[in-house]
Design a protein around this ligand. Structure first.
Ligand code: NAD
Length: 508
């Protein structure tokens, strides 16, 4: 164990780096506390790696690539099979650590790990996922085929809100494709990520194939500008994701940036009332609203607005408590800073004239008085100019807008710059078909509030929620983590006829 939960602040573990197969204590002078958001207990100290340590991690990955790229696909696949078995075996133990450092409930922490485990399971199919294409006889005796080759050292930069799922979106698929990897987990909750990395090492990922450096802006910028890194996967906020996309792109890397969101749920009056209200409350307030696919704006169409009192009543019933307490629905938000930002945005909503139907600001949780809690908060009478609508709040705050028709709802959603997820609630197939066709959002749920695709598909957020063409996991990420090489070949029989010099570009 390189990290552990420890109630004594003076002896908490220092989170290690992983470089070339060695667990290394950073030589940095800059350390950050990893804090339990329900109690403010310091769980560990995380280093901000030095530039030399980042260089060493990339060099280890570069060295390992020379052999790993030639490791047979079956051998890579068997490591993924072992890794998925180990994650399954250790999931409950990791969920406890994840809940402690991130704040989400134990059940949701297990879900965080499970959604990442599904990607590892899919990585076990790399044999068929990484196949090239073949066309016989494209010209006389000429065949053309493609190889999907690994690209080299890839890097991943991950956010705090899914410390298991999002690292597992990245390194298993990159490694299964034959690349080596440098991971930079969120500095706010790196411990559960490290437990997964330990399992990867135990599963047989060779030294240097997976490396981990910790840190913030300087380490991220070091990754984005490093000459030996070929591709960068980023998940996090829009401001940082845009910076990473531009900086890494300028330095010649492939980049995919999955970023912030404002996800709408459009409710038609013919929807199943109870199921819809359950979905809105679960997706709006689950994980304290700290999901990139959380429902954060509800658009009530026509008579659906009559359901607002029921929505409020259901939200009011949610139990706010530490994630480790049984029966908790809503845990704390990640940090005091995050809480203050949420409170400021709520205040802006009040100042800008929205109606605060449910106010979660003054909540105290018995036994956890120091926790970063915000109770479920509901605004009605919201307009599209208000900051509570234009900003991603990333807290347990749901804003409700009202329109008269489905067309108006579609126009409203399409005018919002984000395009991560959207839900439609209806019993009308015709309305659903029109919606899925006309809505300009990359991931659509029909009576599904959080439509995160399973890993045989890809995560396809769009517009302001994503930069780069290819999304994480699924077939798209195999394209992202491989280079297509096209081979055009011709073999001569011993008795082939001399067909002379060809000075044209045509194959014949
Ligand atoms: P964040 O952008 O603050 O941090 C993400 C990563 O960037 C971290 O590893 C962090 O160390 C690093 N970082 C932070 N500031 C930096 C800077 N100035 N320069 C360079 N690197 C920096 O995001 P977060 O608060 O950890 O995560 C929440 C955000 O992530 C939300 O906006 C959420 O919507 C988004 N998110 C998006 C998706 C998606 O798939 N679209 C999934 C999960 C989370």
């Amino acid at each position: 164990m390189n990290v552990s939960l420890n109630k004594n602040n003076t002896t908490v573990a220092r989170v290690k780096l992983l470089i070339g197969g060695e667990w290394v204590e950073s030589q940095t002078t800059e350390w950050l506390d990893v804090v339990n958001p329900a109690t403010q207990e310091v769980l560990a100290h995380v280093p901000f790696a030095t530039a030399a340590e980042v260089d060493a991690a990339v060099a280890a990955a570069q060295k390992a690539f020379t052999t790993w790229r030639h490791t047979p696909i079956g051998a890579r696949m068997r490591i993924m099979l072992k890794l998925q078995a180990l994650i399954r075996e250790h999931s409950k133990r990791i969920a406890v650590v994840l809940s402690a450092e991130q704040g989400k409930t134990i059940a949701d922490a297990e879900g965080d790990i499970f959604r990442g485990l599904e990607v590892v399971e899919h990585a076990c199919s790399i044999g068929t996922l990484q196949m090239g294409e073949f066309a016989e006889n494209v010209a006389g005796g000429v065949d053309t085929y493609t190889l999907r080759q690994p690209i080299g050292v890839c890097a991943g930069i991950t956010p705090f809100n899914f410390p298991a799922m999002i690292p597992l979106w990245m390194f298993p698929m990159a490694i299964a494709c034959g690349n080596t990897f440098v991971l930079k987990p969120s500095e706010q909750d790196p411990m559960s990520t490290m437990l997964l990395v330990e399992l990867a090492v135990e599963a047989g990922v060779p030294a240097g194939v997976l490396n981990v450096v910790h840190g913030g802006k300087e380490v991220v910028d070091g990754i984005c500008t490093h000459k030996d890194i070929k591709a960068v996967s980023f998940v996090g906020s829009t401001a940082v994701g845009t910076h990473v996309y531009e900086l890494a792109g300028k330095h010649g890397k492939r980049v995919q940036s999955m970023m912030g969101a404002k996800n709408h749920a459009v409710v038609l009056p013919d929807a199943n009332r109870e199921q819809t209200l359950n979905a809105l409350v679960g997706a709006g307030f689950g994980a304290a609203g700290q999901r990139c696919m959380a429902t954060s704006a509800v658009v009530m169409v026509g008579a659906a607005k009559q359901w607002i009192p029921d929505l409020k009543a259901l939200a009011q019933k949610l139990k706010v408590n530490a994630g480790s307490e049984p029966g908790t629905d809503v845990g704390p938000v990640i940090s005091r800073r995050a809480k203050q930002r949420i409170l400021d945005l709520i205040e802006s909503g009040v100042q800008e004239g929205a109606t605060l139907g449910l106010d979660g600001r003054d909540i105290t949780v018995a036994g956890y008085e120091d926790g970063n809690f915000v109770g479920p908060t509901l605004f009605t009478g919201v307009t599209t100019e208000m900051q509570i609508y234009t900003q991603e709040i990333f807290g347990p705050v749901l804003v409700v807008l009202e329109v008269d028709t489905l067309d108006q709802a579609i126009a409203l959603v399409n005018a919002n710059p984000f395009g991560n997820g959207v839900g439609l609630f209806t019993q009308s197939g015709a309305a659903a078909r029109k919606f899925q066709s006309e809505i300009d959002v990359g991931q659509v749920g029909i009576n599904i509030p959080i439509p995160v695709p399973v890993p045989f598909f890809s995560f396809t957020g769009s517009r302001g929620s994503k930069l780069g063409d290819l999304g994480p996991y699924g077939k798209q990420v195999v394209q992202f983590y491989t280079q297509t090489k096209t081979v055009t070949s011709r073999w001569f029989d011993d008795d082939s006829v001399n067909d002379g010099v060809n000075t044209t570009i045509n194959l014949r």
